[in-house]
Every structure is written in structure tokens, then in C-alpha cells.
Design a protein around this ligand. Structure first.
Ligand code: FES
Ligand code: FES
Length: 211
């Protein structure tokens, strides 16, 4: 009997303390929601140069560069594949260097120069790499192609600038433009159609190597 009463009291105390915890959590939660709704500004003005044109955007701070390009500037040449930095479909050039635009916030690029596939060249005035992809059939469905081409252009610059890769054999000597170097450096750009050998032929032609 004594044990029963004690057990009953324990249960009551437990229920009371649980209810108090839930109430406290609820109050804290709504306080956070309120303060974030009324006191914080979630948008920023971002000025950047895209394909040579000065653009100013009002963006939610959480907007990726990829979404800013596609949804706000309607430059849909840059593709969203995985949206997780794993396929390279969203590759663009920022200040001449290639990046996955899905992995970076637009607000981090205030003042930067962004080049997308549309800025590299246009029908009738193709960039040599775009022309080489056409000539060598470096695509099938074409979804990965803008990213492949932006990446390829940057790869040739990286080798020219002597930036080593994982397969660079001698770090004390200038980087060599070899098929192996190109394969390694392009490994972040996935092609589900498997156009890899033609892509390599296109890059090799522009770079001046025998694949
Ligand atoms: Fe950016 Fe796949 S969409 S890496
Ligand atoms: Fe189709 Fe590369 S051409 S995914």
C-alpha cells in the first residue's frame, strides 16, 4: 500500500514536470519565431557583374548563386542537377575560377564577376570550347554540358597557371597538359549519358594535346 501511494505520487510529479517542460518549450519556441519574424531582415541587396552586365538583386539571404542566376536573372543555361555539389551541372566561373554555384550563397559574391555558359559565347559567336564540344559530339542530352564547358575552360587556365592536381607527378615542374590531367580535373563533372571520351577529345583539341 505504501509503495502504491509512493508510485502514484511519483507518476503525478512526473506528469506535472513534463507538462511544465512542454509549456516552457512552447513559450520559448514562439518567442524565437516572433523575434525572427519581426526583428530580423532576411533579404539583402547584392550587386554583381554577370556576363559583363552589372546586376543588382534583392535576394533572400539564403538564395544560392545557382538560384539567383536561374530564378532571378533567368539565365537557365546553368543547370541544377544534384543541388548538393556532387554533379558539376551548376558550374560557373566566378572571377575566372570555376565553382559549383549550388554550394555558394549569392550574397557571398557582392562585387564578383560571374560568367555563365551564356556569357562564354552565343550561337554564331561560340567560345572555342563550345565549338569543340559541338564538333566532337561532346554531349547527348546536353544537361551536363554547360557545366562541362565552363569547367573545361577553367581547367585549361588552371593548368596554364601551374595549379597542381592529384595526378600531377612533379610539383616542382610546370603542370603538363595531358589527358590524365584533364580526366582528373574534370572528374567533378558527371555525365549521365557517358559522353566522356568525346568531351576529352573536345578539351584536348582546344588545349592542343593528343588524347
Ligand atoms: Fe551543383 Fe550538382 S547541381 S553540383
Ligand atoms: Fe547527358 Fe551529359 S550529355 S548528362
Amino acid at each position: 500500500m505504501y509503495d502504491g501511494v509512493r508510485l502514484e505520487l511519483s507518476r503525478r510529479n512526473l506528469l506535472i514536470s513534463s507538462a511544465a517542460t512542454v509549456a516552457a518549450t512552447g513559450v520559448a519556441g514562439s518567442a524565437v519565431a516572433q523575434s525572427s519574424g519581426s526583428h530580423m531582415d532576411y533579404t539583402s541587396k547584392v550587386a554583381l557583374t554577370v556576363n559583363g552586365e552589372h546586376r543588382t538583386l534583392d535576394l533572400d539571404n539564403r538564395t544560392t548563386l545557382l538560384d539567383a542566376l536561374r530564378e532571378h536573372l533567368h539565365l537557365t543555361g546553368t543547370k541544377k542537377g544534384c543541388d548538393h555539389g556532387q554533379c558539376g551541372a551548376c558550374t560557373v566561373l566566378v572571377d575566372g575560377k570555376r565553382i559549383n554555384s549550388c554550394l555558394t550563397l549569392a550574397v557571398m559574391h557582392e562585387g564578383d564577376e560571374v560568367t555563365t555558359i551564356e556569357g562564354l559565347g552565343q550561337p554564331g559567336n561560340l567560345h572555342p570550347m563550345q565549338a569543340a564540344f559541338v564538333k566532337h559530339d561532346g554531349f547527348q542530352c546536353g544537361y551536363c554540358t554547360p557545366g562541362q564547358i565552363c569547367s573545361s575552360v577553367a581547367v585549361l587556365e588552371e593548368i596554364k597557371s601551374n595549379i597542381p592536381s592529384h595526378v600531377t607527378e612533379n610539383l616542382n615542374e610546370p603542370s603538363q597538359l595531358t589527358a590524365n590531367e584533364v580526366r582528373e580535373r574534370m572528374s567533378g563533372n558527371i555525365c549521365r549519358c557517358g559522353a566522356y571520351s568525346n568531351i576529352l577529345d573536345a578539351i584536348s583539341e582546344v588545349g592542343g594535346i593528343n588524347a
